[in-house]
Design a protein around this ligand. Structure first.
Ligand SMILES: NC(=O)c1ccc[n+]([C@@H]2O[C@H](COP(=O)([O-])OP(=O)(O)OC[C@H]3O[C@@H](n4cnc5c(N)ncnc54)[C@H](O)[C@@H]3O)[C@@H](O)[C@H]2O)c1
Length: 367
């Protein structure tokens, strides 16, 4: 993800109307091969180090993006803030609830710093159109909301294990830690706060090759389905919200989805068909699904013409445009800004309740 940011910063001129531009002057990574990639591709960088403390000691640096394994979030995010630097962190923003609380304590101690958590899919143009429908409250009484992030990265049982499949680096949340913040971002921003959760978590592949000829235990949850009783602040009604995160979803590569169904209107989006928005309309007793083709109609304007297709790296660029604009003092729309530390705290309350629900086989309330 560090290299994704480097690539977005390198094509910053793609954005036409930005109040500021990120200049990467220092990079830290423990892996010398990755550092070499930065050395080759970012010739202007004057500090390449394997020790983040060296980077944080540089008084010229204003903001730091940290994309490291989850077990390091609390230590490094807190160090960034203590060094007086703005922070873009990665989800899950702490390996567990205790780590998230520690990070958010450091955030509270530095109100002068802008702290956000990365989540790029809401910046797809079709999602921004969907968000406008939430703003306009077009759904009538909300009947249900279904969010999902579906991979098949773990379908092959012979895929060697890596840190994302090890509890000590990835945490007890398993797939929820990796993909959960993504599915929470828009519902939380809409104010749809789960009151309780019934979670079914699946550990499907129990061991994996270690890449050295042996099999080792693989103890992380691969799939998670959370059924949440959720309150709509507009009206106070409750509705069921299902948040699914799966690493073993046959037929899916990297599908991020959101569906909202109400008595008056509905909407569906999936990155599988990234330029396509389905909108439901009720006219009297007639029911209609419309298909809207979206192009490159981005929140932050770019040189790309509106008829052209949008993709993952465009969503990353838009997310960075949001962070940098906010850092430059621009006031952003509700759905055109990055995840806040409070929203990460809510996601941890949800995932921790989900672990309790799974352990007891009952519904768990959010603490
Ligand atoms: N927003 C997204 O769509 C998205 C996608 C993938 C991953 N992520 C998040 O990004 C973070 C990293 O995931 P990734 O897929 O990039 O992992 P990765 O394994 O590809 O990269 C992590 C990097 O951190 C480096 N590293 C490890 N320990 C370090 C240390 N002590 N100091 C400096 N560098 C160190 C590693 O050498 C590696 O290059 C995770 O928090 C993950 O949840 C976000």
């Amino acid at each position: 993800m560090g290299r994704e940011f480097a690539s977005a910063a390198a094509r910053w001129f793609h954005l036409t109307d930005m109040p500021a531009r990120p200049v990467i002057t220092a990079v830290c990574d423990k892996n010398p091969t990755i550092l070499d990639w930065y050395r080759t591709n970012l010739p202007g960088v004057n500090c390449l180090t394997d020790d983040y403390r060296e980077l944080l000691a540089d008084t010229e640096i204003d903001a730091v993006y940290v994309a490291v394994p989850h077990n390091l979030h609390a230590e490094i995010y807190s160090a960034v803030l203590e060094a007086g630097k703005h922070l873009m962190g990665e989800k899950p923003f702490g390996i567990d609830q205790a780590a998230n609380t520690a990070i958010n304590k450091a955030v509270a101690a530095h109100p002068e710093l802008l702290v956000r958590c990365s989540s790029e899919f809401p910046f797809c143009p079709a999602m921004q159109r969907l968000a406008a429908m939430i703003e306009q409250d077009v759904f009538g009484r909300i009947l249900e909301v279904n969010g999902a992030f579906l991979h098949s990265s773990d379908l092959d049982p012979e895929k060697p294990i890596n840190w994302k499949r090890m509890i000590e680096f990835n945490g007890e949340y398993g797939v929820m830690g990796d993909l959960g913040m993504h599915v929470c971002h828009v519902p939380f921003r809409a104010g749809w706060i789960p009151q309780n959760v019934r979670a079914i978590l699946s550990d499907i592949i129990k061991e994996r090759p270690d890449g050295k000829g042996n099999k080792v235990p693989c103890r992380t949850w691969e799939n998670a389905t959370l059924l949440c009783e959720t309150v709509n602040p507009a009206g106070g009604d409750t509705f069921p919200m299902t948040l699914k995160t799966q690493r073993i979803a046959p037929g899916e590569k990297n599908s991020w989805r959101l569906e909202i169904l109400g008595t008056e209107s509905g909407v569906r989006f999936s990155t599988k068909n990234i330029n396509h928005l389905e909108i439901f309309e009720r006219r009297g007793s007639e029911q209609m699904w419309h298909h809207l083709d979206m192009g490159h109609e981005t929140t932050f304007p770019t040189i790309t013409g509106g008829i052209f297709e949008f993709g993952f790296s465009d969503a990353i660029l838009q997310m960075w445009a949001a962070y940098v604009s906010e850092l430059a003092g621009v006031t952003l729309g509700r759905f055109a800004s990055c995840v806040t530390p409070d929203e990460t705290a809510l996601s941890h309350a949800l995932f921790t309740a989900a672990l309790r629900s799974q352990a007891k086989g009952t519904t768990a309330s959010l603490d």
